[in-house]
Write a protein that binds this ligand. Structure first.
Ligand code: OAD
Length: 245
């Protein structure tokens, strides 16, 4: 293994799963062009119309159950294996495609679509079924309190202390398939740069914060992520073409 980096943090967003058939949020035809995020991705929206929120996440569950990881997910699993425990994969995605591809050291900062949490008692469990108001919590028995175990706007993302520690101690930070519009994830590049890490953006197009990255490559994730990982595994800091800065 010829990795030049000691500790790697990877951040992924919806773009890495786009070629697996899962929609992104802000692209043309993205989820937030069809749904009002205030209605389906906030605690207030859930309080107003829980049935609509359940329908939205139940449909996303169905899509996810039909999806398969792509070459970008596989490349990150290979990088984790090569890094021998020194890679933390932080994803904003609520899908399970990283796990299906073989990634293990993963933190879902925006929660997981295939888990259901009981609002009243807090119990969380793996669940692939349709969400309804009639279903009861398997722990406390209450009906009507179940919600997808995801983080909505206005709620605190998960694992933030651990992620901050990892960013403060990394020497390579990769940001993949994210528009860089949602905080705190959008600020991770600055934390990593502050720690002295080399920062790399891999995305279809320049993100909001693209100019803060030391290195940038643009194209579909299924092509540019395997290319970049191959360049790292073959001992290079850079590989392929189209290096900016
Ligand atoms: P966005 O939809 O905001 O951004 C997706 C990014 O992926 C865009 O920059 C696209 O250019 C890029 N992209 C699209 N297809 C791609 C491909 N094939 N290869 C590489 N890149 C591609 O999604 P996120 O940045 O993940 O939060 O959004 C962040 C958060 O906002 C989400 O976790 C979600 C959302 O609202 C919550 O719901 C709390």
């Amino acid at each position: 293994m010829a990795l030049r980096f000691r500790r790697i943090v990877v951040l992924t967003g919806a773009g890495i799963s786009a070629e697996s058939g899962l929609g992104t949020f802000r692209d043309k035809d993205g989820l937030w062009t069809k749904y009002d995020l205030n209605e389906v991705a906030t605690p207030e929206g859930f309080a107003r119309n829980p049935r609509l929120v359940h329908e939205f996440y139940s449909a996303r569950r169905k899509n996810l159950l039909d999806a398969k990881p792509n070459a970008a997910h596989a490349a990150l699993a290979a990088l984790e294996e090569a890094a021998g425990g020194n890679l933390l994969l932080v994803t904003q995605n609520v899908d399970t495609l990283h796990e299906q591809a073989g990634s293990r050291n993963i933190r879902h900062m925006h929660g997981e679509l295939l888990r259901t949490r009981c609002g009243p008692c807090g119990h969380s469990a793996a669940d692939e079924d349709e969400l309804t108001l009639e279903r009861q919590c398997t722990a406390c028995g209450r009906a009507g309190g179940l919600r997808p175990d995801v983080v909505w706007f206005g709620e605190m993302p998960f694992h933030m202390d651990e992620i901050a520690d990892a960013l403060g101690d990394c020497d390579l930070f990769l940001s993949i398939g994210t528009s860089g519009t949602v905080y705190p994830a959008a600020g991770f590049v600055l934390a990593a740069a502050h720690a002295g890490a080399h920062t790399v953006e891999l995305n279809l197009e320049p993100s909001e914060g693209h100019s803060t990255f030391a290195e940038r490559r643009y194209g579909p994730a299924s092509a540019i992520v395997p290319d970049y990982v191959n360049s790292l595994l073959s001992g290079g800091r850079h590989g392929g073409t189209a290096i900016a800065d």
